[in-house]
Design a protein around this ligand. Structure first.
Ligand SMILES: [Zn+2]
Length: 314
């Protein structure tokens, strides 16, 4: 069984214009003089639109992924409001959850600084049966700030796990709010909250992520983005993951990809297949891993955490 704990799906108007111009600037800087930054920004959006999840479901079928957890994003306060409101964006993801039963599950999401954020989380999770809450602190808030703690308390009351983005963030987001250590402050106040360290501090804060997660049985390391390391230095990736599983436990590590789909993402399918293979090969690479660990990481842990045991597998 394979559960991809971390994907995103976008329809037109879900992302602020500045998100695309920032990515274009980043890509252009890597190849100076060869890329027309403005033209690239214009093209980027069409490449990652997959409004009815057709590309995503195809990629899942090809990679034998049973189900995914989709994470709506609220970048509006950081980058300027996109055309679609968070109500519309969450509603869109909820509609896909209804249209693709047992394959597509969504979290709810909102920037905790928005007025009415706690009520929004309670209302959307109940109305649509959403599985958790996604928060993106590098948009400009401390996870342990009063606003964020308020929404975390709602999540705890509603029994929703909370995935926090941790680790690096693209400019002009604020990476210091992605520090895993800040989640230690959240856990000190709310030890029963199920906290998922999204990306487990990738690329350079994995030791902080382990430090936070190792002594709290309700903390989970989610390893999306780590394919970037696994594909370039597999022994190093396996060694870091072995360190994580021995300190935190293989039962608290979650497979994820951060997969994006759409007409311009032709290679993303093969990345997903290769990334899953990197997990399957772990026992061959490093004696600390067993076949049972692989099963836990690829799906069993997510199944248990999200109470999906009764879901028939596609
Ligand atoms: Zn993501």
């Amino acid at each position: 069984m394979i559960i991809d704990f971390h994907v995103h799906l976008f329809a037109a108007g879900h992302l602020p214009k500045r998100w695309f111009s920032s990515i274009a600037a980043h890509l252009a800087a890597r190849k100076p003089g060869t890329v027309d930054q403005n033209a690239l920004a214009q093209r980027l959006e069409a490449r990652i639109l997959d409004p009815d999840a057709a590309y995503l479901i195809k990629d899942m079928d090809d990679a034998k992924v049973n189900l995914v957890i989709s994470h709506p994003l609220d970048y509006g306060l950081a980058l300027g409001e996109p055309e679609a409101s968070m109500e519309k964006i969450v509603e869109h993801n909820a509609a896909l959850q209804a249209r693709h039963p047992n394959r597509y599950f969504s979290f709810t999401s909102i920037d905790p600084r928005r007025p009415g954020a706690p009520e929004f989380i309670r209302a959307t999770s109940r109305k649509y049966g959403l599985k958790g809450l996604n928060l993106y602190p590098p948009a400009g808030f401390d996870p342990a700030s009063p606003e964020c703690m308020k929404v975390c308390r709602i999540a705890l009351e509603e029994d929703l796990p909370v995935l926090f983005h941790t680790g690096g963030a693209n400019f002009p987001m604020k990476p210091r709010y992605g520090s895993p250590h800040l989640l230690g402050d959240v856990q000190a106040e709310l030890p029963d909250l199920k906290v998922i360290l999204g990306h487990a501090g990738f690329p350079y804060q994995w030791d902080e992520a382990i430090t936070v997660a190792r002594r709290n049985p309700n903390a989970y390391l989610e390893i999306s983005q780590w394919y970037k390391l696994a594909s370039r230095d597999y022994p190093k990736f396996a060694a870091i993951l072995a360190e994580a599983t021995s300190e935190v436990g293989a039962d608290r590590v979650l497979f994820g990809s951060d997969h994006l789909t759409g007409p311009g993402m032709a290679n993303s399918k093969s990345d997903l297949v290769s990334w899953i293979d990197c997990i399957r090969r772990l026992p061959e690479e490093n004696a600390r891993f067993t076949a049972a660990d692989v099963d836990l990481i690829l799906g069993r842990n997510a199944q248990r955490l999200l109470k999906l045991e009764g879901v028939p597998l596609a």
